[in-house]
Design a protein around this ligand. Structure first.
Ligand SMILES: Cc1cc2nc3c(=O)[nH]c(=O)nc-3n(C[C@H](O)[C@H](O)[C@H](O)COP(=O)(O)OP(=O)(O)OC[C@H]3O[C@@H](n4cnc5c(N)ncnc54)[C@H](O)[C@@H]3O)c2cc1C
Length: 483
């Protein structure tokens, strides 16, 4: 099978790369063909689960504000971003039938609130531009040939026979003149992002900066059961089964960019009794401070959520990148939550004493224990459901120390949830080896990298999808222009 340009990976970056390439070829005299090879049965599985199913597909801040949310080298992203800005993405989607809305924090969503509509729009744009999207086609190896690239793939075909799905798998070879790799990172491997691009990058002589999960849950000490399950999972991560060129299965040692996961606590490790008290609590408008080895490293204001993973929500995610990096470096990590950031300590102390006075003089308080009355008073200051977790973690708190404790609720962080449920993979192919203005590899002409497979990442808020769209589109245009 042959195509002038092949894109490996039908995610946000890959589909946008194909659109950019096909649109550019359509405007050129010579034309050409563009094919996307996607290993999953359907393209863009990750977009389907993005933004809690609503897909926060971009953020409409201008470059100065947008770039402040990029956690890697913003200069590398700049040419891609200016070539396809958030407004350009909105217009491209609009032209292909998707209306969008901009919400708090400049975050853009489809007006329908359905992530599936973003995927349909991208696929519609691909079809209109003449792109061929081949699903169920997993690329196994990349070989460089005198005329471009040769890809060994495995094509899965499915058909219904007597109400049962019959699956056939056969090897297929694809060749192309220009190759764009947009295979994503390692996060949520169930969506197809299993780090294949990193493996090829190393084989092709690229450096892969150590990968680690970012925008992930932090696990407070004592939040999870430390059980045999956690140990077993750790063991399983020590080796990875891959297919080699010979198509034989073999166990290969982990490459050096693969993280050690010393402090990785699998999402499915059960909650402890303490974790159960926290799970399901959402605390809004708090200030979260991250301490690394006792020093203040980051401070954010907003909402946190306690889930079956640990501490997450917008604020938890915001501090997770630094926290995971520090934990991986063997540093001590703790967080402090100020539940009343808008109230000065003295004023809060006054309020508390006043509330306590009211509670103990209330008729209904007669015969109630101190603990019960204290919890009732606390419930007037923080959500009732959070009171048990607060009291369990601050057993010595009194009426006199409550104000200070509410403004400095401390947790040691024991670990973090790994790629199984991290929103983004930090690290990846070193951007120093990729031309920012074209996304072409500095190692192999005709080879392009785009999206999360690169060492690029940003905060939550629509920034990451925009990075994928912008780098994908520029890679596609550049590949087409150089045909
Ligand atoms: C739960 C969740 C929610 C998120 N929400 C948001 C959000 O609201 N806003 C935002 O901006 N970002 C969000 N993100 C991040 C965003 O989804 C990613 O940054 C973005 O999808 C990366 O795009 P990509 O195309 O580079 O990689 P991916 O989306 O990972 O796509 C890579 C594709 O390559 C395919 N592939 C991999 N290997 C092969 C192979 N060997 N052969 C063929 N195909 C292959 C995969 O199957 C996959 O389809 C979210 C992420 C997660 C996990």
């Amino acid at each position: 099978m042959r195509s002038d340009i092949i894109v490996i990976g039908g995610g946000a970056a890959g589909l946008m790369a194909a659109i950019g390439a096909a649109q550019t070829l359509a405007q050129s005299e010579n034309g050409g063909t563009v094919t996307v090879l996607e290993k999953m049965p359907k393209a863009a599985r990750k977009i389907m689960i993005s933004g809690k199913g609503r897909c926060n597909f971009t953020n409409v801040k201008d470059w100065a504000d947008f770039s402040a949310h990029i956690r890697t080298d913003a200069n590398f992203i700049s040419p891609s971003w200016h070539n396809l800005t958030p407004e350009n993405v909105i217009t491209l989607f609009n032209t292909n039938g998707l209306r969008s809305v901009v919400e708090r924090g400049d975050r853009a969503f489809p007006a329908s609130k359905m992530a599936g509509d973003v995927v349909d729009t991208l696929l519609r744009a691909c079809t209109l531009a003449g792109v061929k999207v081949v699903t169920d086609c997993e690329v196994k190896t990349i070989d460089i040939t005198p005329r471009g690239f040769s890809l060994d793939c495995v094509q899965t075909s499915r058909r219904q026979v007597n109400l049962k799905e019959e699956i056939t798998i056969e090897p297929v070879e694809y060749t192309c003149l220009k190759l764009i790799v947009a295979t994503g990172g390692l996060s949520y491997p169930g969506t197809g992002s299993t780090g294949d691009g990193y493996m090829w990058a190393e084989e092709l002589g690229h450096s892969v900066d150590a990968c680690f999960p970012a925008l992930t849950a932090l696990v407070p000490a004592g939040y999870k059961e430390t059980s045999a399950l956690a140990g077993e999972i750790k063991k399983a991560f020590r080796s990875r089964t891959v297919y080699g060129k010979t198509k034989e299965r073999y166990i290969q040692p982990l490459p050096k960019w693969y993280p050690k996961f010393e402090k990785h606590i699998e999402r499915r490790v059960p909650l402890s009794e303490l974790g159960e008290l926290f799970n399901g609590n959402n605390l809004d408008n708090v200030q979260l401070s991250l301490y690394i080895n006792g020093d203040l490293a980051q401070q954010e204001f907003g909402d946190v959520e306690f889930t079956d993973g640990g501490l997450e929500g917008p604020l938890g995610f915001m501090i997770s990148r630094k926290a995971v990096k520090a934990l991986n470096d063997g540093q001590k990590v703790s967080v402090s939550m100020d539940l009343k950031p808008a109230v000065e300590l003295e004023k809060l102390d006054e309020d508390i004493h006043q509330k306590w006075d009211e509670v103990i003089h209330d008729e209904r308080s007669k015969g109630q224990s101190f603990q019960r009355l204290f919890r009732i008073m606390l419930g007037k200051l923080i959500p009732w459901n959070a009171t048990l977790a607060f009291l369990r973690t601050n057993p010595k708190v009194s009426v006199d120390t409550l104000a200070a404790t509410l403004k400095d609720w401390r947790f040691e962080i024991a670990g973090f949830v790994g790629f199984e449920r991290a929103v983004i993979t930090a690290g990846g192919i070193s951007t120093a080896e990729v031309v920012a203005k074209t996304l072409e590899s500095k190692k192999h002409p005709g080879l392009y990298w785009a999206g999360e497979v690169l060492d690029i990442d940003a905060d939550t808020g629509g920034y990451n999808l925009q990075l994928a769209f912008s780098t994908g589109y520029l890679a596609g245009q550049s590949a087409a222009k150089s045909l």
